[in-house]
Design a protein around this ligand. Structure first.
Ligand code: HEM
Length: 444
């Protein structure tokens, strides 16, 4: 399938951070800022706009390093955005992530009262993301951000989370990540699965027709909403030792341990999908961007190759028979790892904070991020397994379960704990460059 289309996306107005895939390897950081004085906040935007990259020329290697800016609802308020405009944003965004905790199953250790400060507080106004293919280019981005912040006492830098690819370019559990991404009409960025037709641009950018055939009203005024999108950031701590112990204890051999781990994810550690490599890892396939996502689940209707409950299959069931319409729940992901790797072979937790800065981009917070988090991560009804949550990232409490179909009889992995804990996050709006100029020029 091709991404040829008659849709014209205004790529030079949309921020690169919305559409551009991250490089690999990468070095980056998330900065959280508070606006104490609205004029200072507007001045910061004015200074930063020239440094923010647009989504134009996606193939240009010089554009692999970028700064992107997004605002929380509290941030829009702090800038002095008028009330009638504030109320035109998605209701979930207006509430913020912490207020959505019970819907998102951010409970127990993942509950907002345990979040790392200032995540989830009304102090988080601006999220500035810097992402580059290497440390020198990353430092250049940081220097630009610092310059913009200098002599601006009305804006406070509250928090910084550095992210960097691990030496093997995998996430902390040991799997290649960032493979499955949707193709988007008019973006110039091809998807990774030739069997998935490109999605309508309105799924990912506000102001364009979406998969329902609708052109929904954008946040008002038009100049503020158009070409913008929503971004969700979550700091997800990963319990790597617990995961290693779990599969070690339940496997009779190292080979079985690897197979079990692959059944949790739907892919082998190399990235090779179980659908195309059901028996053994195939590192060449895993590394081949032309082939490692070129599959559907249609020829595995019983889940004998890839369990219905495997993380990747739940998160994108493709053509599997499920309750619901997959194309309405797709997302752009830009996960980046933080913290030191747990040394190979180590089964005891060393107390280090390591995990994934999860980033979602999409135009529909409710039916994309929230729906997936509620229905596909933390509920199993859509695959006919009501008592099962996502085995890798679900809010399991020690009694979680993963069914692995196999012959002659299925295997049930039981007693699953939470391998991922949410340390906090926020719902943000990533305005277009013209919208940022409008915000910088507000005179309320
Ligand atoms: C620490 C937390 C997480 C880890 C370690 C993780 C890891 C992975 C890995 C290894 C893959 C397979 C490789 C790939 O296709 O890129 C994957 C795929 C995916 N994950 Fe996650 N993930 C995490 C959290 C989440 C969350 C919270 C969501 C959604 C709310 C999510 C959505 C997805 C999606 C949409 C895919 C692509 C599926 C496909 O297209 O086949 N992930 N993840």
């Amino acid at each position: 399938m091709t991404t040829e289309t008659s849709i014209t996306l205004e790529l030079d107005d949309i921020q690169a951070g919305a559409l551009r895939p991250r490089s690999s390897p990468y070095a980056g950081a998330y900065f959280l800022l508070r606006i104490d004085e609205r004029r200072a906040g507007r001045e910061l935007l004015r200074r930063l706009i020239p440094a923010l990259a647009s989504a134009a020329n996606p193939a240009d290697p010089a554009k692999q390093a970028w700064l992107a800016l997004a605002l929380s609802y509290q941030g829009l308020k702090a800038l002095g955005v008028p009330e009638e405009s504030l109320t035109s944003f998605a209701p979930e965004f207006q509430q913020g992530m912490a207020a959505r905790a019970s819907e998102l199953d951010d409970v127990g250790e993942s509950a907002p009262e345990h979040w790392e400060q200032p995540l989830g507080s009304s102090d988080v106004h601006i999220v500035l993301a810097a992402l580059a293919p290497d440390a020198p280019r990353f430092e250049t981005l940081v220097a630009r951000a610092r310059e913009a912040l200098s002599d601006l006492p009305g804006v406070a830098l509250l928090w910084r989370q550095d992210v960097a690819s691990l030496p093997n370019e995998r996430e902390h559990f040991g799997f290649k990540d960032g493979i499955g991404q949707p193709a988007i009409e008019g973006s110039g960025i091809g998807g990774s699965n030739p069997h998935e037709a490109p999605l309508k641009a309105g799924e990912f950018v506000l102001g364009y027709e979406d998969e329902t055939g609708d052109l929904l009203p954008v946040p008002q005024p038009e100049v503020l909403g158009r070409n913008g999108t929503y971004m969700v950031v979550r700091k997800l701590h990963t319990r790597v030792a617990a995961f290693r112990q779990y599969v070690r204890e339940r496997a009779a051999s190292p080979a079985e341990e690897e197979l079990l781990a692959a059944k949790f994810v739907g892919r082998w550690r190399s990235g090779a999908p179980l659908l195309l490599a059901p028996e053994h890892d195939d590192p060449e396939l895993g590394a081949d961007g032309q082939r490692n996502n070129a599959f559907l689940y249609g020829d595995d209707p019983r889940g004998l190759k890839c369990p219905f409950g495997a993380h990747a299959r739940r998160m994108n069931p493709r053509d599997s028979a499920i309750v619901g319409e997959v194309r309405l729940h797709r997302m752009i992901r830009r996960g980046t790892t933080y913290g030191p790797p747990l040394p190979a072979g180590e089964l005891e937790d060393d107390g280090a904070d390591r995990g994934l800065m999860f980033a979602f981009v999409g135009a529909h917070l409710a039916r994309q991020f929230e729906f997936v988090q509620m229905q596909w991560v933390n509920d199993g009804r859509f695959i006919g397994a009501p008592s099962e949550k996502d085995p890798l990232v679900g809010s399991n409490d020690g009694g979680g379960q993963l069914t692995i179909p196999q012959q002659p009889i299925r295997r049930r992995m039981q007693g699953l704990p939470a391998f991922v804990v949410n340390r906090g996050g926020e719902y943000c709006f990533m305005p277009a460059l013209s919208a940022l100029r409008w915000l910088a020029d507000l005179d309320t």
